[in-house]
Design a protein around this ligand. Structure first.
Ligand SMILES: Nc1nc2c(ncn2[C@@H]2O[C@H](COP(=O)(O)OP(=O)(O)OP(=O)(O)O)[C@@H](O)[C@H]2O)c(=O)[nH]1
Length: 598
């Protein structure tokens, strides 16, 4: 146990976490040339394309230091706020963290939020100044920033380049000398923390765990405390680039477990694994059931594909337990599902996976957060509003509450004004403003989650010319003046276009939505009035003028193959259209409310 070190790498996005992980694997000889891939820890196709580590994994390295052999377990953490609970559990499985800071970009919002998570878990922090090879690097200044943030000595900050290999050996030495060895009692009853799980279509769910006390043996009957279910440990082992089966994993070490579980929902991140016959009396703290934050309807483009969509969603859920869905129906779109996601990124991933892996063409409706409505009947439990149609009749509503977050934004002093205006426009209330240096400012706002899940981050980048970083954490429910804006096409309400918005913005949004829909809905053979309404009150109106032109007119009698191509192209474009009443609505229109500022 004295020769084990468990650590993670925490960093703001793009500061070089994955590249540094690669270098550490190289340096410790954990990878052969053949196994080398660009970004070793990012496995899924989608992950690679987005450059975001979606699911955390762990990897074990052997390293000899001063003639002694050490086992280093690197636990990878996801780099996006949608997955912040998983980050917190990965951090809880470690004793130390490399805090990687880009030498050109300095400390950013995620550096700080991840650092706080690490400090809450009493991790030893090893500051690493990465990318010192960059011409734009500013090592002295950024080292000062890090010293100010951590209260450490300048010489404790390791100067490194994950690209050239500078400082890698020093980092490994620091891990061994500064990160404490795991504590724990091998003779106690088994207590292991689940920090991640991955679905494998052939082997079922692979659970990643860190043994806190006791040991886990191959064949042992184990129990998951939160779910209360017991299984046999068919296979256990350690994780190198491939899995290495073992007969036991002892206190302090990290490993994987395969029990033949076929449903991802049976393994919960943060749960405790214990011995079925001699269960621990102290499950590991900090377990939470992950809660979806964003809800949207997903409908098949072709109504006949509903059953296919259901079976695809069920399969997706087997390997992504954070996806939740219930059937719903819409007058406009027919049968589909109301789905809950961890955030907007998660929603995009699910949508993409449905299309790529299951060959489904789907329509996604405007996402919204989850509201709590209380009626004048005085009920104690709120009505949970995950769908605009769930909002009770306004005359019966006593009050509505919406989820709030604490937003941390770090920007340059020059952009403070712009960032403030944006946050205030988004109904934010400033809580704190701190000058980290004369140039860099940290702003803290309390804001409604609904205002930031959609276009906030893009707007922030624009108003700060890219010099702002942003992170957030939930702080509970607060009162809200919520209304539902309905959209009528041809005088018919289209429920799938309804949106829940704050009363103060309702008129503005209603007007913008009508304008946007006018742009997005193709002209048809007749005039189409577009109206926005709150209840029975019309608040805005536009008209899509009838189309007179023949689509093939462009071909001016040219050859037939060109004509066919044009019609072919039109047919493709049609794929993502939905006929509602006698109006054809393209997919973008269902998301129009999110694009009002484009
Ligand atoms: N010049 C230079 N570039 C680096 C260095 N380390 C990483 N990079 C580059 O910085 C970019 C981001 O690096 P990643 O390792 O993908 O960053 P990350 O923090 O893992 O990013 P996410 O996985 O998206 O969170 C890549 O283009 C790397 O090639 C370095 O030391 N020097």
């Amino acid at each position: 146990m004295e020769k084990i070190r468990n650590f993670c790498i925490i960093a703001h996005i793009d500061h070089g976490k994955s590249t540094l992980a690669d270098r550490l694997l190289d340096f410790t000889g954990s990878v052969t040339e053949r196994e080398k891939q660009d970004q070793l820890l990012d496995n899924m196709d989608l992950e690679r394309e987005r450059g975001i580590t979606i699911k955390s994994h762990a990897i074990q390295m052997d390293y000899v230091h001063n003639g002694e052999k050490y086992v280093l377990n690197l636990i990878d953490t996801p780099g996006h706020v949608d997955f912040s609970y998983e980050v917190s559990r990965s951090i809880a499985a470690c004793e130390g963290a490399l805090l990687v800071v880009d030498a050109a970009q300095s400390i950013q919002a995620q550096t700080i939020s991840n650092l706080y998570l690490a400090l809450e878990n009493d991790l030893e922090i090893i500051p690493v100044l990465n990318k010192v090879d960059l011409p734009s690097a500013n090592p002295e200044e950024v080292t000062d920033d890090i010293v100010d943030l951590l209260g450490c000595k300048p010489e404790e900050v390791i100067q490194a380049s994950a690209k050239t290999g500078v400082g890698i050996e020093e980092i490994l030495t620091a891990i061994i000398e500064r990160v404490p060895a795991p504590k724990g009692n091998p003779d106690e009853s088994l207590q292991a923390l689940v920090f991640d799980s991955v679905y494998n279509p052939f082997r079922g769910v692979e659970t990643y765990f860190r043994v806190v006390n006791g040991e886990i043996k191959k064949g042992q009957k184990i129990k998951f405390v939160a779910t209360g279910k017991s299984y046999f440990a068919d296979e256990i082992g350690t994780l190198k680039l491939t899995q290495h089966p073992k007969n036991k994993i002892s206190t302090g070490d990290v490993g994987y477990l395969i029990t033949g579980i076929k449903d991802a929902r049976e393994v919960k991140v943060g749960d405790t694994i214990t011995d079925s016959a001699d269960p621990t009396k102290n499950p590991i703290g900090g377990f939470e059931d992950v809660k979806p934050m964003v809800f949207a309807g997903i409908y098949p483009v072709d109504t006949e594909d509903f059953e296919d969509l259901r079976s695809s969603m069920e399969k997706l859920q087997l390997n992504d337990a954070s996806l939740v869905f219930t059937p719903e129906s819409s007058a406009a779109l027919g049968f589909g599902f109301r789905c809950g996601f961890l955030g907007m990124l998660h929603m995009e991933i699910i949508q993409e996976r449905l299309e790529r892996e299951f060959d489904m063409t789907v329509i996604t409706t405007v996402p919204n957060v989850s509201y709590h409505a209380y009626t004048t009947k005085g009920d104690i439990d709120p009505i949970i509003v995950n769908n605009p149609t769930d909002l009770p009749d306004p005359s019966t509503i006593d009050r509505v509450e919406e989820p709030y977050i604490k937003a941390t934004i770090i920007t340059k002093a020059d952009f403070v004004g712009n960032v403030m205006s944006l946050c205030i426009e988004k109904r934010g209330q400033i809580v704190n403003q701190t000058y980290l240096t004369t140039e860099r400012v940290e702003l803290i706002f309390d804001m409604p989650l609904a205002e930031i899940v959609f276009d906030f981050y893009d707007r922030l980048k624009t108003v700060s010319k890219g010099y702002a970083s942003f992170d957030y954490s939930p702080i509970g429910m607060r009162p809200s003046k919520l209304v539902r804006v309905d959209i009528l096409l041809n005088a018919q309400p289209v429920d799938a276009l309804s949106a829940l918005v704050h009363f103060d913005n309702a008129y503005h949004i209603g007007k913008k939505m009508c304008e946007k829909l006018k742009e997005l809905i193709p002209r048809q053979q007749f005039d189409i009035p577009i109206q926005a309404a709150i209840g029975s009150k019309i608040i805005s109106r536009e008209t899509i003028k009838a189309l007179r032109k023949d689509v093939t007119a462009k071909c001016y009698g040219g050859d037939i193959s060109r004509k066919r191509k044009l019609l072919e192209k039109q047919k493709k474009g049609k794929k993502r259209m939905r006929q509602v009443g006698n109006v054809e609505i393209p997919q973008q229109a269902f998301m129009a409310v999110l694009k009002l500022n484009d």
